[in-house]
Design a protein around this ligand. Sequence first.
Ligand code: ADP
Ligand code: ADP
Length: 225
Amino acid sequence: MSRIEIRNLVKMYGAQQALHGIDISIEPGEFCVLVGPSGCGKSTTLRMVAGLETISGGEIAIGDRVVNGLRPKERGIAMVFQNYALYPSKTVYNNMAFSLQLSKMPKPEIDRRVREVAEILELTQLLDRKPGALSGGQRQRVAMGRAIVRDPEVFLFDEPLSNLDAKLRGQMRAEIKRLHQRLENTIIYVTHDQVEAMTLADRIVIMRDGRIEQQGTPDEIFHDP
Ligand code: ADP
Ligand code: ADP
């Protein structure tokens, strides 16, 4: 569990300013949802925390380290994307194991982790399948499993459910919530869906035009005048 501090964060894309100095403070273990219309800067913020975009100004700290100059791998984060690009020719098992295999973790430890996470996500029966033989929801669970096996301090979700139909979205929402209650990782979750924000968040950050319009608990946001 790590605290995340975003201080006066600025992003320029050429002459266009995408973020105008935003501040977000996320407690260890907190589920923080960034919500707002398309183009407001959610994804840019998330990608900067992940180290996938350069920072034009300000500071990001994860735990007690300023991570501005660190590569993605050095940040203790794992990211789940909306188009969850699984390796089509690898089994579910190897999709989940791959990043651990690259890290040269001993095989028995990899096996232990993959099986444990598969159990949590109800993927145990599917370990030998390839992604082409899975449903959308199952693929999404594999994408999450791939992130979870690395046991990251911080999870970043970029619209992970937006390609799913409404029913599946509801199920996955519940699943993500359960997962967070169990793992207690710090999470930043980006969505344009207010229902998703309401049901998942401990803290909601409403963004508009590269600025923060409001932030607080769901209660504070939706019951304040
Ligand atoms: P959101 O995730 O809220 O939809 P983004 O963070 O993707 O918003 O985008 C914020 C702003 O930055 C938008 O105006 C978008 O057009 C711009 N933007 C995002 N990525 C790039 C990029 N790679 N190059 C130039 N402009 C970009
Ligand atoms: P590739 O992805 O290279 O085609 P395979 O799918 O044939 O590889 O599996 C290669 C290795 O992946 C196996 O030797 C084994 O270590 C591991 N593996 C794949 N599926 C499983 C599984 N269900 N249980 C345990 N190990 C597996």
